[in-house]
Design a protein around this ligand. Structure first.
Ligand code: ADP
Ligand code: MG
Length: 880
């Protein structure tokens, strides 16, 4: 049987039923209370004391509360943990209410609609997305409610959708029933909160926001997104900008895996910003500049003209040190205009925010002046967008005091002389005593009564007191009797009444009037939000450009020459982040030379010699160039890449523990499928995740495929020296190697990339560097010699002494030139048997044979590296 609820709990329950998936903060006097399950869970998450309501009852209701003044902090904690919070306010003054106080939810705060972002969050966007599926098309829209940015696009594949969402780092997505369970599951897996919006609103705000869109699917998804915003926020969204449609294909495409791998914005080990390209490039002075830089990094350009336009500006700023410096000084004083505009629309700005706005606007003329002195046509467009909003700056200057309090309802916000009425109230408050004294003097003079005095009491207010002996001297027409005492009478005059009203009401009225005036100023600013946003975008852009100039100077970057062809010439290129971390050591610069007739560089060299660094260096250089930044090299000519694919062999993969050989192959396949002859592919020790020959065979086949069908610029590093023989058969493949020399039996890395293949695998030396025990190293050396000795004896080897590589080169050549023999793959060559035999065993035992058989049948693609390790271990045990 249902419990009988008190009227209040009945009201609570009604509201709660509408927001089942949110914590309901229910206002009760000075507190927001949580009840029932919300209270139990909330107490734990927010570290509050759990109490009960009507604890004497049989089933007391769990309850906890937070003081209303501190509510923001508690809300933030829950939102950060991915929850939603509904704020339920008292809609009338409890003192005046008859019966139950009316309450209603005034706002639903969700991870994707959080407005107050501090600290590190200030420098990143907080995107809320919406997704719909229509006839094999996905329509996606996203917005940052705090800045008003609103974008939409259409995508055709699951992968593209997920990629886009992961790139945006969306915490929440609005979906409807059209979205497939497959996508929904993927979202859940990635901890993206899904919110359902059952009704699409039809109103002028939505039609305005989507009016520039041609695609109906995009219009619909924008309507879905904005409907959700209107439903949850329940207030003006005046700062939302008209939706802009974009094509992911108008930017360089870098899938999520590659972005992570290249550490563009997140350090793989620490998960932080430090050690990333974003961190290196970010010398912006404003939070909005920092956010824009990240957006540029997420979407490098592919249009040569656009790239050149950015480069031209960077060049100007680079060439003018002093102007740039002044510019920085001005930009430092510019606050986060984008988010200020958002809060103006929300009605949540206070006096201090307006002062920040004014200070920011006051920098604009100075910034324009600096650009003027540069006297360069390249800034003309930008300058046009630098509207100083004089009217708004002037209004705030006139209306708002320089150092206002945080509260907007307690007075002290509006300047003197802004409003006559307010001035009078203030006069009354400040000068009340003086007035009274003046009036007293005046009345004494006109009446000639020298002991006339003005006094005050609670019941009668202000009065003029005249002793009985002087009563005949007072002007009866002006003096109105209020009270009679034993030997005196008390009067009032119209003037005194007026002063009295002023003085007594002044305090209260002045704060009320101040609030009204403040709201009017705010409304005035709100009307100019669009202009403010244009200004904000221009300032952010300028900020990023000056940041590029700063890093280009500090790190000696050069302006790359972009071409729409296939020429790639980097002289003395460097990996900017590794270089920065090297400290006193010298980073060894390296060339990358790939002309029209070179598509593939096959990179060999010992472990730790710098292969991976060399490859990443090229990708970062390409990305920086296409962002419009200069690049770490002595000189650079670059083609414009449409996409970058990177895949690190599973064995080296740091991104996640879950990376298996299967994933490695899937990612590699993704590159093979989607890369064009305008793409850049980095395959770093692909094939290492499986057995030696198996992996080598795959690596070779992949290289051949790229060479024949894809023709993307490809860097392929490998520890299979055998593959270097491919240079003989693939005309557009070139060998390069990272050098190392031995000194007194120790390995010295040169980090220098030169033409030709590496001549030796230095594994044992690396092991020595790693400090492995001497006997172990000796033993390994012996085994190696023994293995090499055996291989020399194998048939088909021409009399070259040095020769394990030679023998295996032959192998590689064989598969290229004799593709008609697929039944005799590399894996089954004798070499393998030798590898798995220990030096002492010469005859194969039945155990050996059994193991070989199992090995052949092993389904590697279906195994994780851990499972492979376990299998190897079992075999090893058997062989002992
Ligand atoms: P590999 O991929 O060949 O195993 P890495 O690219 O991971 O080698 O480089 C190993 C280490 O060598 C890097 O962490 C870096 O400290 C150093 N290194 C790489 N390239 C250079 C270079 N060009 N100059 C100086 N040090 C380098
Ligand atoms: Mg490596």
């Amino acid at each position: 049987m249902a419990k009988k609820l008190t009227p209040m709990m009945e009201q609570y329950q009604k509201v709660k039923d509408q927001y089942p998936d949110a914590f309901l903060f229910y206002r009760l006097g000075d507190f927001y209370e949580l009840f029932n399950d919300d209270a139990v869970k909330g107490a734990q998450l927010l570290e509050l004391t759990l109490t009960t309501r009507n604890h004497s009852a049989k089933n007391p209701i769990p309850m906890c509360g937070v003081p209303h003044r501190a509510v923001d902090n508690y809300v933030d904690v829950l939102i950060d943990k991915g929850y939603k919070v509904a704020i339920c306010e008292q809609m009338e003054d409890p003192k005046k209410a008859k019966g139950m106080v009316k309450r209603a939810v005034t706002r639903l705060i969700t991870p994707g609609t959080q407005m107050d972002l501090n600290g590190e969050q200030a420098r990143s966007n907080n995107y809320l997305a919406a997704l719909q599926q229509r006839d094999n098309q996905y329509n996606l829209a996203y917005t940052d409610l705090s800045t008003g940015e609103l974008k939409t696009t259409s995508l055709t594949t699951n992968d593209a959708v997920l990629n886009e969402l992961i790139n945006l780092q969306t915490k929440e997505i609005v979906v409807d029933d059209s979205v497939s369970d497959d996508i929904k599951n993927q979202l859940t897996k990635r901890n993206i909160l899904q919110s359902h919006q059952p009704t699409i609103l039809k109103n002028s705000e939505i039609s305005y926001l989507s009016q520039d869109l041609d695609n109906d699917g995009e219009k619909a998804v924008v309507a879905l997104l904005v409907s959700y915003l209107l439903t949850t926020q329940k207030r003006s969204l005046a700062h939302l900008q008209k939706a802009v449609a974009y094509q992911p294909s108008s930017f360089m495409k870098i899938d999520h895996y590659s972005k992570t791998n290249l550490e563009l914005t997140t350090n793989m080990r620490s998960g932080k910003r430090q050690g990333t390209l974003a961190w290196l490039l970010d010398e912006t002075k404003t939070a909005m500049g920092s956010r824009l830089l990240k957006r540029w990094l997420d979407r490098p350009l592919i249009d040569a003209n656009q790239i050149t336009a950015r480069q031209d500006k960077v060049q100007e700023l680079l060439d003018h040190y002093f102007e740039r410096n002044t510019l920085q000084q001005e930009l430092i004083k510019v606050y986060d205009l984008e988010r200020l505009a958002g809060r103006v629309a929300y009605g949540s700005v206070n006096g201090r925010d307006l002062i920040q706005l004014k200070t920011s606007l006051q920098q604009v003329p100075k910034i324009r002046y600096v650009l003027d002195t540069l006297d360069s046509p390249v800034f003309a467009d930008l300058e046009k967008r630098l509207d100083p909003l004089d009217d708004i700056a002037g209004l705030i200057e006139q209306a708002i005091v320089d150092d206002p309090p945080i509260s907007v309802t307690e007075g002290g916000v509006i300047k003197d002389h802004y409003n006559e009425q307010l001035d009078q109230y203030r006069d009354a408050m400040n000068n009340g005593k003086q007035w009274i004294a003046d009036l007293q003097a005046h009345e004494r003079q006109v009446t000639g009564v020298n002991n006339l005095k003005i006094g005050y009491n609670h019941v009668f207010g202000y009065y003029i007191e005249v002793t009985k002996v002087n009563l005949d001297k007072i002007p009866r027409d002006r003096y109105e009797r209020k009270q009679t005492l034993v030997n005196a009478e008390r009067f009032s005059t119209p003037e005194l009444k007026e002063k009295e009203a002023l003085i007594l009401g002044a305090q209260e009225k002045s704060t009320a009037l101040e609030y009204d005036l403040f709201v009017k100023v705010r409304e005035q600013v709100k009307k100019e939000i669009k202009r403010l946003q244009v200004l904000a975008s221009a300032l952010s852009e300028l900020d990023v450009l000056q940041s590029f100039a700063v890093v280009s100077e500090d790190y000696h970057f050069v302006r790359p020459k972009m071409n729409n062809g296939h020429v790639l010439k980097i002289k003395d290129g460097r990996h900017p982040v590794v270089e920065k971390f090297m400290g006193h050591q010298e980073y060894v610069p390296n060339d990358v030379m790939m002309d029209k007739s070179t598509d593939i560089l096959l990179i060999t060299g010992p472990n730790m010699s710098g292969k991976s660094t060399y490859m990443r260096q090229l990708a970062l250089t390409a990305i920086m160039a296409q962002m419009g930044c200069f690049v770490p090299a002595k000189s650079a000519e670059l083609p414009i890449f449409d996409q970058i694919f990177t895949r690190i062999g599973a064995a080296d993969d740091l991104i996640s523990g879950e990376s298996t050989f299967m994933v490695e192959m899937m990612e590699a396949n993704n590159a093979l499928l989607h890369a064009t002859d305008r793409s850049l592919i980095l395959f770093d020790e692909i094939g290492r995740g499986t057995a030696t020959y198996d992996g080598m065979a795959l690596a070779q086949a992949i290289i051949e495929y790229v060479h024949k069908h894809v023709r993307a610029k490809t860097l392929f590093s490998t520890h299979y020296h055998e593959l270097t023989a491919l240079e003989g058969t693939l005309p557009r493949l070139k060998n390069v190697h990272v050098g190392a020399t031995e000194k007194n039996g120790e390995l010295v890395f040169l980090h220098k990339v030169s033409a030709g293949p590496a001549d030796k695998s230095y594994g044992i030396h690396v092991a020595k560097l790693a400090g492995m025990p001497e006997p172990l190293l000796k033993r390994a050396d012996n085994i190696l010699k023994s293995l090499e000795g055996k291989q020399v004896k194998l048939p088909n080897v021409e009399g070259d002494q040095s020769s394990k590589p030679v023998q295996e080169h032959e192998l590689a050549k064989q598969t290229v030139s004799e593709p008609q023999q697929p039944t005799q793959p590399v894996v089954e060559s004798n070499g393998q048997l030798e590898l798995f035999a220990t030096p002492k065993r010469h005859k194969m035992s039945s155990t050996d044979q059994q193991i070989i058989k199992q090995l052949k049948e092993l389904n590697l693609m279906g195994m994780t590296p851990m499972e492979v390790m376990n299998q190897l271990y079992r075999w090893q045990q058997k062989l002992k």
